[in-house]
Structure formats: C-alpha cells, structure tokens
Design a protein around this ligand. Sequence first.
Ligand code: FAD
Length: 470
Amino acid sequence: MSYDLVVIGTGPGGYVCAIRAAQLGLNTAVVEKDATYGGTCLNVGCIPSKALLHASHMFAEASHGLAPLGVIVDPPRLDLPAMMKHKADTVGANVNGVAFLFKKNKIDAFRGVGRLAGPGKVDVTGPDGATQTIETKNIVIATGSAVAPLRDASGAEIAIDEKLVVSSTGALALEKVPQKLVIVGAGVIGLELGSVWRRLGAQVTVIEYLDRILPGFDLEVASRFQKVLEKQGFAFRLASKVTGVAQAGAGAVVSCSSVDGATSDKIEADTVLIATGRIPYTQGLGLEEAGVAMERGRIVIDDHFATNVAGVYAIGDVVRGPMLAHKAEDEGIAIAEILAGQAGHVNYNVIPGVVYTMPEVASVGITEEEAKAKGVAVAIGKFPFSANGRARAMRETDGFVKIIADAATDLVLGVHILGAGAGELIAEAAVLMEFSGSAEDLARTCHAHPTMSEAMKEAALAVAKRPIHI
Ligand code: FAD
C-alpha cells in the first residue's frame, strides 16, 4: 500500500485535509484510533455540546421564556434520556457523514494507532494488536488534543473518574442533573457546559484562577457576560485556585483558596467539572524517535505546516494557535493544497471564536486590551441590542456589538459581540476583515430591517460617532 498522503487523526483537521487532498487528486489514506471518525469535535466536543445547549435552551425557554410572549404552557418536565438521545443521534449523523465522505472521495481508512516508522512509513497498530506498515510520500499529523490535568496543592493530579469528577466528556453524558455542580475554569467549555446544567436545574459555581472570566476575550464583553450569567444563577469565585477535591459520601468537597492565599473555603458538589484547558495529544506517535521537534507539548511547524522532518506536516490542536475546529479545518485545506502544488494559506488574524451560551459571545480580531498593549491607536464604536427593534421584538436585548477600527485608516481590526445569534453575526465581521474592510464600508452596507445585524451597522456608524438609533 503506497499513498501520496497519509493523515493521522480524523478530527476536523484530519478529515477535511484528507477530503481536500483527494479532491485534488492525491491518493489519500487516513488512520484513526477511535471507533468513529470526527475526533474530539464531532464525538465529544463541538457537536454534542451544541446539541445539549440547544435542547437545554428550549427547556429554559419553555420554563420561563414563553409566558412574557403570551404563550402559556404547563411547566415543562425534563426527559434527560430523550435529550441525551438527541445528542447521540446528532453525533451519529455527523460521524456517519464523515464515513460517507471518505468513501465518496475514495479515501482508504485504517483503524488503529498511527506511528511514524521512518521516512515515508506509518505503522498502524489495530485494536487486535496487529501492526501493518503503510508507505506514503507525505504524512500529516492531526492528532488533536486531550483534557489538561489539574493538580492539587500537593502537586498530585486530581483524578477524573467521569462520574463524580468529570472532564467535558463526562459532563456531556451525566445521567442525572447534579444539584450542585462545581466547575473549575471559566473558559468557553466550562461556561457552555455550566449553562447546559444550570438551565436544567443545577446550582452552578465556577472557580477561576484569573480575576475575570473568558480569558482571551475582550474584557468589557466578558465583564458584561459575567453579569448576564450571574442573573441566570451562576456563582463565580474569581481569583481563586482549587487546592484539592475529596470524595465525601456520594458527593465531593472542593477546597479552594484565594490566589493570594488570604482566604480559603470548601464547596460541596455532586459533580465537579474540570475545565481548565486542553493539551496537545501526541501519545503513541513516536515523535521523539522520529526526531520531530516539539515546544511545550506542541509540534513545531513552519509557515507551511512542515515539521523539521522532511515529508511530515502537522495541523490543528496539536500545533500552535487557537484550539478551534474551524482553525484545524482551514489548516487541513491549506496543507492539502500546498501538497498538491497550490498556495494554501490561513489568515490567523481572522479566526472567529464563539461561546454558544445564551446570549452568545463572539469575537474576531484584536481586543481593546491587545490594541492598547500593541500601542495601536483605535476608534471604537458600540451599539446595544436594547436599541435594536428586532432584539426588542424577540426579548433578546442583552448585549452589544463593539467594533475596533484603526484610528488612522478606519480598517476594522476586531469585532466583539455579546448577544443572541452573535455566533452567526460574527461571520459578517470575518468577511469584512478578510477583505480588509473599513468601519465605513460596513456602515455603508445596506442591512435588512429588522435584523440583529443592524446592530453591526450601527456599531460601525458609531466608530465615526454618527449612530442613528442611540
Ligand atoms: P481532534 O478533533 O482532537 O481529532 C484528533 C483525532 O486524532 C481523534 O479522532 C483521535 O482519536 C485521533 N488520534 C490521535 N492520536 C492518534 C494516533 N496516534 N493514531 C490514530 N489516530 C489518532 N471548537 C470549535 O471550534 N467550536 C466549538 O464549539 C467547540 N466546542 C468544543 C466543546 C468541547 C466540549 C470540546 C472538548 C472542544 C470543543 N472545541 C470546539 C474544540 C474542538 O473540538 C477542537 O479544536 C478540534 O476538535 C480540533 O481538531 P483536530 O482535528 O486538531 O483534533
């Protein structure tokens, strides 16, 4: 068996890379260690979390969102197994879709752990322990990431049993709603999964080391978002660190202290979710033996995704940059095009990030803090959804659009949104920035009325201090 390209890992990076390569005429194979394709994103990440976020949002709306609209329903009852079936069916449809696309594009799929076995060779060890060697001109490593461990005060790793102490994977599969859920980490995953269980009735306490939530996002947006979540019933312990998790009867006790060590506390929980981040996954690849350079756990690549070993490339969560599915996908397409002799490219300045809560948070480009740190003079325009007719009609007035433009050139450098549907609205900003658009370009683009997107136009008008509706 000899290929032009073997891709190790079939997450959004790997499967998209394989399909694009096959479309471009490369004889392509994939290697996947798990029983289904699609990686973290399709199996235990983006897709199941969004299935539960949607279903739990419907439950919350039926509980208290409908009466103000004049729709009176009996208090809804939760059928958690049916909700989990919706999640499983959604995952099933997506992973089967990848299998279909592999067949359609004549991509050979090998089940097993892939390992670099010398120049142009990949060993695949199947579930039965048997190893076969595949030959290939090029190898793309797309092995993704795994849950980052958390250590207690003594330095010991806090054990995750996926029942009492869970990672995101366990939090997507709880068999009953915890009464008290403690979440360690106020990043995207913690807040999304916290929203799911809060809406279904859990008391949620989030412990975060930093003095703010959503590190990396625009601070003003994150602060407002924190207030919205508090209104929804979230409790936050910021500037706090977890020093230990102990089992207590059927539950757990989480010990924490303020970061400066001045105060300490113990919080009871039925379930503890560790959501402090993810680390690159490179186990079993034989990178050290193959001489592949690594830096802080990530595979080092150049601007064309090449490692220091000829013919070996890497993309997605296992390399630098944000750990996001669409970033992995775009890198997959770019490397496939480069290997086929084209000019593949990813614009890292325009990678949107979305928190799929209600309201959503969405962001692309630089934040106000980054602009300040870089010494870039900016003009900022903001527009609240409370002044948007469609938002009022839908009772979705929480949040605002914030546009950051270069003060000298008016080029849009960043857009940050808190609001219903922010994850869809941000695409307009990404297209604008990809085409080097200015706030004036956006302000002069006709937007349909009444839509939430008019808040984008108004925020763009506000950059030049001429908004119409505020
Ligand atoms: P992965 O998706 O991790 O896939 C890697 C694959 O490689 C896996 O299938 C693994 O089994 C396989 N593999 C590993 N080693 C080997 C080996 N040696 N041999 C064979 N196979 C191997 N991102 C978003 O953009 N939007 C979201 O809404 C979002 N939500 C998320 C929610 C959760 C709960 C989590 C955990 C993550 C979420 N992410 C989201 C992040 C997203 O899932 C990752 O960024 C994305 O999956 C990375 O893609 P990848 O292809 O690099 O790796």
